[in-house]
Design a protein. Structure first.
Length: 319
């Protein structure tokens, strides 16, 4: 049988189109601070990585979690505590946060994957609420005040992140994380995930340990979400209850669906749109939520597969 273009691309490495998109993305991220406030640019990057991590679970694993704020916010608290109290450098603080998120994801995932569908989603939400109330009541989290005044420190003990260098730290973490997620999706492991998502009984009949694959992707997604949350706490010098609130879990679902579930670049677009709306529509106060809802409804009606999903269908190429 003749090899298709898609198969050729997967067999020989990253398709040329994806290389071009990644190149444009890198240039765009580097140029972004020259057009917008650097802190806003770093926020977009952090949430883009968060949405991409969630998309690994939902878009490629077929598992809808309503509790991903637990890993994003939990890692934020751990990294902030590690930097402020333990005096760790930024990269070690981020690694501590990511490890904590991965461990938490493994524990919660071990229990949650025993259920499917809405029951799985509700279990993840329940555990996320437990993490939220732990953050509210625990001594080291600062309660309602959170952990404030987190020092940015010196990267590798050499380069101070107190200036614009923090931007390139976030850029490196975000871009590296997205490349890692891309590699996971296009690996044999990722292909098995897609098979489980499309037809779980058939995957079981082929001899795959479905629950093991679900637990691995759940843990990977939680870990990468933790990287995003830990990085955010370092550059914003704050870990707050907002990071672990259930609404944060809802926002990342919104970002993924709006950009395009099951696409590589869709969550990045969705995160950019949502964070931009939150930033520039903040003057509307409480109305911003209603405006977001209206835009989301319009987006779903016009782009049923997400913005990037529709573009992928138009160009007949995976994006």
């Amino acid at each position: 049988m003749a090899m298709t273009d898609k198969t050729k691309g997967e067999a020989t490495g990253m398709p040329t189109l994806h290389k071009i998109i990644f190149g444009v993305l890198l240039v765009a991220l580097i140029a972004l601070p020259f057009f917008v406030y650097p802190v806003f640019a770093m926020k977009v990057m952090c949430f883009a990585l968060f949405a991409a991590a969630f998309n690994l679970l939902l878009g490629f694993g077929g598992l809808l979690s309503f509790g991903h704020a637990a890993y994003f916010g939990g890692a934020s608290y751990v990294a902030a505590h590690a930097a402020k109290v333990w005096g760790l450098t930024p990269e070690l603080a981020v690694l501590c946060g990511a490890a904590a998120a991965g461990l938490l994801g493994f524990v919660i995932g071990s229990l949650a994957i025993r259920r499917q569908g809405i029951y799985f989603a509700m279990v993840t939400l329940a555990f996320a609420q437990m993490v939220y109330f732990t953050a509210l009541q625990a001594d080291f989290t600062g309660g309602e005040d959170g952990i404030q005044g987190v020092p940015r420190g010196d990267l590798f003990g050499l380069f101070s992140l107190s200036d614009n260098l923090a931007l390139y730290f976030v850029l490196a973490v975000t871009f590296g994380g997205i490349l890692l997620l891309y590699r996971i999706v296009h690996s044999p492991f990722g292909q098995v995930l897609k098979a489980i998502r499309e037809n779980e009984p058939r995957a079981i009949s082929l001899g795959y340990n479905v629950n093991r694959y679900k637990l691995i992707v759940f843990t990977l997604s939680a870990t990468m979400a933790g990287v995003a949350g830990a990085t955010k706490s370092q550059v914003f010098q704050l870990a707050s209850l907002t990071d672990v609130h259930w609404s944060m879990s809802g926002e990342v679902v919104l970002m993924t669906l709006l950009g395009g579930m099951g696409t590589i670049f869709g969550p990045l677009v969705g995160a950019g749109i949502i964070v931009t709306m939150q930033n520039y529509l903040a003057t509307f106060g409480a109305w911003v939520t209603i405006i977001q809802g209206v835009i989301f409804v319009i987006g779903v009606l016009m782009f049923r597969e997400g913005i990037v999903g529709v573009l992928a269908r138009w160009f007949k190429r995976p994006l």
